[in-house]
Each structure stands twice: as structure tokens, then as C-alpha cells.
Design a protein around this ligand. Structure first.
Ligand code: GLC
Length: 550
């Protein structure tokens, strides 16, 4: 039988470490907190978790400013905590992906400290992108590049030279044309692979190389700039592909690459490069059946020729939560659930951001509490609103996120008591209940589904997805309920029915009666689809090392 790597159709849950579970009561989530909640994740029914950076860091960008890639920040725990959490996750059949941040380090990294006291032109400076300035006495930055977080992308050091930082000034960009940098990252990959991690999420994977000569950017409001998606970056991922292959267990890496279109995305996942790339086009899609159809078609068209699996992403720690994007309130929740069920119906893997399973909305964090460097650099309101620590239980903050009385690092709204895990746990029809049922159903049928997909012509506002072996997903983005018999009839479906209802994102009773309400998706099966239970253990768990010895 053909071997299918686990990541090709995994459901991966993103843990924003600071905001998931705080075991020691310092207001920040930590590794022990994650460890204590693994059974929750197992019951939720996910296959893997991706952990945002927990490495030593001054936390100017919540850990994406890494001072040491081979350790754990004391605020999040220790390497020992990491190892034991990883072993327990593996015992539960949950794979673990960690974040790797190759575009930049923190200014607190030993390399940058060395660079600061070294001479211009020295090897220590050559690990970063230092340059003389322009204008009188070099008092103006080397070029016009802007930081993604707002303001100029250059800061000046004491001797008058400038260093590049595409993000905060505490995040100097590395020089990937320097072999020492490339070697260092391969060694960091091995450090975590040797510990047994299953994969990496590559931070700003498309930015490592900047166009030679650092030319002026004609425009900065597009993705076509001299600091994104340069062809040389692919040589890095061809090397990383080799490193991953030295290990057993289908280790993988997924790129965070905000590129222009699905075709540019697919270049990162050619057979000798990375395994996956986040498909952000899904989360950018407006509430429209035609728009969803277009993204599905374009994504599959782009990934199929390179033999990769598609990914689908509705939210993460950098974007406004989908409940709010889709209109907020009951409408936002209904649409988020429908979009989730639709994405789970697609071939490939889905990435779910913590709190989506609770239907959390974006929070309007008061200005005095905001912490995102985007806010401080004048780049806008920032991303704190999607990063508020998640509510587990109880009727007041910290809602079980940390011990009673501990102050979470961002304030939680009082309305969240109704959204906590405890409040939704046994409430049939709650968003948590819906996610658990949807993930269980996906797991039960996924083995029986073919990869081939069709998007038959359907009336405006309705999207119909058919997969081989008797599976159909119908999404209603329109304003009126859809009469399913009429829809099937108009599409020439034999027997004029899509089959038995497996699950809907809304009111199952209405759908069973033949009406698909607006803002709802539903899955159906015709006779052939096998629904089976699925065992949830990894083949050989814990630290699988390079030689395949456990
Ligand atoms: C990525 C991360 C984001 C971070 C930035 C700089 O886009 O997802 O949170 O601020 O990279 O590392």
C-alpha cells in the first residue's frame, strides 16, 4: 500500500504559547500549561500542534525575537519541560511542530551583540545586513524600505552604520548570503529534530534573501518588493529538505510565505523543497460561494502539478479572528463554523488557531493594555485582539487560563465566561461541541475519501463540493435557505438527494428536514462512504532520532 505521510491530511492546532495555559501564574502561558491540557487537545480530535516560539527572548515581538534558538525561555519552562510535554503528546498520538525564525534574531542574540562591538565590514557584521547610510555623512537610511510593523526598516548604530530590520528594530535581519548563517540554521533544525519534533513552521519563509545591492523599492504596498520571494530562497529549502530526510517519521516543514498567488506559493512546495505552505488565500476570501470556489480551484491547480498537499487556514495569531471578520455576533459564529466545515471537507490539511473551537471573537484591547510592536511603531491597532488568553473555566478572569487571581498578560473580556471550555463542554450545539463532532467525523470518513474533487455548477450563493466515493459538502453563502431536493434536482443528481446528513455547521434538524439555512454548511454521504472509527496512536512515539532509534 502507498505510504501517505501524516501531514498530508492532518488537522493541526496552533498553540499561541503565551495565551494557551499558564501553569505557574505569571500571566503568560507556558509548556507545563500545554502539557496539562494535552488531553483536551486529544479529545478535540486534532492530529498535530504547532507551538509559537518559546525560546529565550526579550519578548519585544512575543518571542519572534529569538535570543537563543537552542533553549527555552525561563518564563515558558525548560528543555526538560519541553521533552516531557513532547513525549506525552506523542503518547496521545499528537505530533508537535515548532516555530523556526530564520529571517532575523533578537538584538539580544550573541551574534548581534558581537556585531555591535565589531568593525564595519567585519565577519561579525556580515552575519546581518549592515550598510553605510546615504545623504550627508550617511545620516539617511541606505534605502527606502519600510518595516512591516510601520516606520523605516533601518536603525543606526553608534558608528553611524545602519542595520536592516523588516520587523521591529529589536529584530535585525540575517544575511542569508553568508554560509555561516545557513550552517547555523541547519544545526538548529537538527537540535530540535534530535529531540523528536515532527516538523517546523518557518517564520516569514519568503523573506530570507533580499535582492542583491538592496535596491530601492518602487512600491511597498504590494508583495512585489526586493525583500520578498527572491529566487535564491529556494536553495535554502532544498537543503532543509535533505536535512529532514535524514530523519525517520515523515518530518516536515511548513512555510509562512505571504506571496502573491497560489502559484508563487506552490514554488515553496516543489518535491525537493518544503512539504507545505500556508494557504492564506483561504482566510482572505470574502463571504461568497464564488470566491471560495475560485480559491479552491486555484489552490488545487497550483499544488497538484508539484505533487504537494493543499493547506487551508482560517486564522492565526497575526490576523483578525474569523468570527469578527465574518460580521461578529451570531452571524460571525455561524459563518466561521460553516467556513470551518467547508475547509475540513477539502483534501489536504487544515490549520486551526486556538480559540477558534470556542468561537472567540477579536477583542478590542484597550490602548493602555496593548503590547504588539505594530501598535508602538504606528503600524495600526496591532494584533493583540486575536491573542487574548483563552478562557477555560469559571466566571471571571483569568477563566482558568492561570491560577485564580493571576493577571493574564492581556485583559480578557467579561463576556468570555459564556465562551469558556467549561461553559461549552456539555452544551450540545455549542461551537466546541461542533468542532469535536466535525473533527471526529472527518477522522471517521477520511480513509474512505478519494483525493479527487469536483465543484459542480450550482446556483449563485451555493457551493457544492463532491469528493470521490460518495461525499458531498454544500455551503450556503446566500440569504435564503436552500431546498436540498430542489438543488440536487437542478444539478441532475440521481435520486435527487445528496445522501444522508453526516453533520452540519448549524441546525442539524433543519438540514435533515431538507433545508440548508443561510450561513450553513453540511456534509452528506451516499451509501458507499465508510464511516469507521480511527485509532489515534503514532507509529513509534517520543524521540525518534536520526537513525530511527526510539
Ligand atoms: C511572522 C509571525 C509574526 C511575527 C513576524 C516577525 O509573520 O507570524 O507574529 O511578528 O513573523 O517574526
Amino acid at each position: 500500500m502507498k505510504h501517505t505521510p501524516w501531514w498530508r491530511d492532518a488537522v493541526c492546532y496552533q498553540i499561541y504559547v503565551r495565551s494557551f495555559a499558564d501553569a505557574d501564574g505569571d500571566g503568560l502561558g507556558d509548556l507545563l500549561g500545554i502539557h496539562s491540557r494535552l488531553s483536551y487537545l486529544s479529545q478535540l480530535g486534532i492530529d498535530a500542534v504547532w507551538l509559537t516560539p518559546f525560546y529565550p527572548s526579550p519578548q519585544h515581538d512575543n518571542g519572534y525575537d529569538v535570543a537563543d534558538f537552542r533553549d527555552v525561555d525561563g518564563r515558558f519552562g525548560s528543555l526538560h519541560d519541553f521533552d516531557s510535554m513532547l513525549a506525552s503528546a506523542h503518547d496521545l498520538g499528537i505530533r508537535v511542530i515548532v516555530d523556526i525564525v530564520p529571517n532575523h534574531t533578537s538584538t539580544e542574540h550573541a551574534w548581534f551583540k558581537e556585531a555591535l562591538v565589531a568593525d564595519p565590514g567585519s565577519p561579525a557584521r556580515n552575519r546581518y545586513l549592515f550598510s553605510g547610510g546615504t545623504g550627508r555623512a550617511g545620516s539617511r537610511p541606505p534605502n527606502n524600505w519600510r518595516s512591516v510593523f510601520g516606520g523605516p526598516a533601518w536603525s543606526r548604530v553608534k558608528d553611524g552604520h545602519w542595520y536592516l530590520h523588516l520587523f521591529d528594530s529589536s529584530q535585525p535581519d540575517l544575511n542569508w548570503r553568508n554560509k555561516e548563517v545557513r550552517d547555523e540554521y541547519e544545526s538548529v533544525l537538527r537540535f530540535w529534530l534530535d529531540r523528536g519534533v515532527d516538523g517546523f513552521r518557518i517564520d516569514v519563509a519568503h523573506s530570507l534573501y533580499k535582492e542583491e545591492g538592496l535596491p530601492r523599492a518602487a512600491r511597498q504596498d504590494t508583495l512585489a518588493t526586493p525583500y520578498y520571494d527572491q529566487p535564491e530562497v529556494h536553495s535554502v529549502y532544498r537543503r532543509w529538505n535533505q536535512v529532514l530526510k535524514e530523519y525517520d517519521g515523515d518530518r516536515m516543514a511548513i512555510a509562512e510565505a505571504w506571496v502573491a498567488d497560489p502559484e508563487a506559493m506552490a514554488r515553496y512546495i516543489r518535491p525537493d523543497e518544503l512539504q507545505q505552505s500556508f494557504n492564506f488565500h483561504w482566510l482572505q476570501t470574502p463571504w461568497s460561494a464564488a470566491a471560495f470556489r475560485r480559491v479552491i480551484t486555484e489552490t488545487l491547480k497550483a499544488v497538484e502539478p508539484v505533487g504537494a498537499s493543499a493547506t487551508w487556514v482560517l486564522s492565526n495569531h497575526d490576523v483578525v479572528r474569523e468570527v469578527t471578520r465574518y460580521g461578529g455576533g451570531d452571524l460571525g459564529v455561524a459563518r466561521s463554523r460553516a467556513a470551518t466545515l467547508t475547509m475540513l471537507a477539502l483534501p489536504g490539511s487544515s490549520y486551526i488557531y486556538q480559540g477558534a473551537e470556542l468561537g472567540l471573537p477579536e477583542v478590542d484591547v484597550p490602548a493602555r493594555a496593548r503590547q504588539d510592536p505594530v501598535w508602538f511603531r504606528g503600524g495600526g491597532v496591532g494584533r493583540d485582539g486575536c491573542r487574548v488568553p483563552i478562557p477555560w473555566s469559571g466566571s471571571e478572569s483569568p477563566y482558568g487560563f492561570g491560577p485564580d487571581g493571576a493577571q493574564p498578560w492581556l485583559p480578557q473580556p467579561s463576556s468570555w465566561r459564556e465562551l469558556s471550555v467549561e461553559a461549552q463542554d456539555h452544551r450540545s450545539g455549542s461551537t466546541l461541541d461542533f468542532f469535536r463532532r466535525a473533527l471526529a467525523m472527518r477522522r471517521a470518513i477520511s480513509g474512505a475519501l478519494g483525493q479527487r474533487l469536483r465543484l459542480p455548477k450550482s446556483p449563485p450563493g451555493v457551493l457544492v463540493i463532491e469528493r470521490d466515493r460518495g461525499f458531498t459538502c454544500v455551503l450556503n453563502c446566500g440569504r435564503r435557505p436552500v431546498r436540498l431536493v430542489r438543488l440536487a434536482n437542478s444539478m441532475g443528481i440521481p435520486g435527487q438527494t445528496f445522501g444522508d446528513l453526516l453533520i452540519s455547521s448549524g441546525d442539524d434538524a433543519a438540514v435533515s428536514d431538507g433545508l440548508l439555512p443561510p450561513d450553513t454548511a453540511a456534509w452528506f454521504k451516499t451509501g458507499a462512504t465508510v464511516v469507521r472509527s480511527h485509532s489515534h496512536r503514532l507509529p513509534g512515539s517520543t524521540s525518534r532520532n536520526r537513525d530511527g532509534r526510539g
